[in-house]
Design a protein around this ligand. Structure first.
Ligand SMILES: O=C(O)CCC(=O)C(=O)O
Ligand SMILES: [Fe+2]
Length: 356
């Protein structure tokens, strides 16, 4: 990634302002009440009140920002440190080693350094692994083709322990994801387990992101502006900073400040559809830096491939009719995965294609 290929250059309107304002940022939510209280086993009155306060806080954050940070989330610090260390070791190797687990059109998870967002190349390299092994998905994005295939993880030999680090991290994050979906369900007035049925054979994946130092941070982005297409994203970022969120109130790009041990949570497109736009999936992007490399680890919580994504019946009525036609998550996922391989001349599949 030495010289800057024109494929990395953003159109003028998408170039970052390097001096970002440290104005009001995303809310910080303390999940301590969640660790001590489970809605299914009752709980004492005091913790119930705290839990309800937490539900309200989550609802407010989802509505106003679509993004929030959490602390006291119950994820063991050692497991996060281990995957972050393994990510550094993996990306620090020569290309020969990384290429051994390179993803291609057949094996769609693994190492990749040619990711495009909105058809502009991102200044980053990634390693993806699915949480479920194997993960079942449609063989083809075409309607009417019923065949199912498996996504199989490609585990590198080096660094040793990367696989174990990813697996144990994924298990921890899966637990946190269900808890957060419970809070989000309750904030919408639904039972805590309302969304669980959609995740029986979930297609979630963990991504290791490495953003190397970039000689042209004013022209290039580590990840171009985008929305996450799944249900929920839980992101661990290091202390460098670079993630920006498009603030709903005024459309300004706001830096998401790194907070040690916190996770950044964001609502994805699927929650936008399920909630019939009570909550919205918010645009975000990643700035790069001429001096420092940056690492981040998102966990993308995605439903089972056969889920038909549509506004929930409980959240629609004659005054608030469904704003989306149902779409098949697996077909959508497979269509989008294919589109990341090359710069395309066609528009990438987006949820607004299903907007009524
Ligand atoms: O690296 C980050 O901070 C965010 C990355 C991101 O938005 C993504 O991978 O979808
Ligand atoms: Fe994202």
């Amino acid at each position: 990634m030495g010289e800057v290929d024109p494929a990395f250059i953003q159109d003028i309107e998408h170039r970052p302002k390097l001096a970002t304002t440290h104005a009001e940022g995303i809310p910080l939510i303390d999940l301590a009440a969640l660790v001590g209280y489970s809605p299914s086993n009752g709980g004492v009155a005091a913790s119930l009140a705290t839990y309800e306060g937490l539900v309200a806080e989550v609802g407010e954050a989802c509505k106003k920002w679509g993004f929030f940070a959490v602390v006291n989330h119950g994820v063991a610090a050692g497991k996060r440190e281990r995957i972050e260390r393994k990510a550094r070791e993996f990306f620090g190797q020569g290309m020969e080693e990384k290429k051994k687990v390179r993803r291609d059109e057949r094996r769609v998870v693994g190492y990749y350094d040619m990711e495009h967002t909105k058809n502009v190349r991102d200044w980053k390299e990634v390693f993806d692994c699915t949480v479920r092994e194997p993960t079942l998905v449609p063989a083809s994005p075409e309607d009417g083709e019923e065949a199912i295939t498996e996504w199989i993880n490609q585990w590198p030999e080096y660094p040793p322990g990367l696989r174990e680090a990813c697996e144990e991290y994924a298990q921890e994050l899966e637990k946190l994801a269900y808890k957060l979906m419970g809070l989000i369900a309750q904030s919408l007035g639904l039972p805590a387990n309302r969304f669980d049925e959609f995740f029986k054979d979930h297609t979630s994946f963990v991504r290791l992101n490495h953003y190397p130092p970039c000689p042209t941070p004013h022209l290039t982005l580590g990840a171009g502006h985008h929305k996450d297409s799944g249900a929920l994203t839980i992101l661990a970022q290091d202390d460098v900073g670079g993630l920006e969120v498009k603030r709903k109130s005024d459309g300004e790009w706001v830096l998401v400040k790194p907070i040690p041990d916190a996770f950044i949570i964001n609502v994805g497109d699927i929650i936008q559809v399920w909630s019939n736009e009570t909550y919205e999936s918010i645009e975000h992007r990643v700035m790069v830096n001429s001096k420092k490399q940056r690492f981040s680890v998102p966990f993308f919580f995605n439903p089972s491939h056969y889920t038909m994504v549509q506004p929930l019946k409980e959240l629609t009525n004659e005054h608030n009719p469904p704003k989306y036609r149902p779409y098949n998550w697996g077909k959508y996922l497979v269509a989008r995965k294919g589109s990341h391989f090359k710069k395309l001349n066609v528009e990438i599949l987006q949820i607004y294609h299903f907007r009524i």
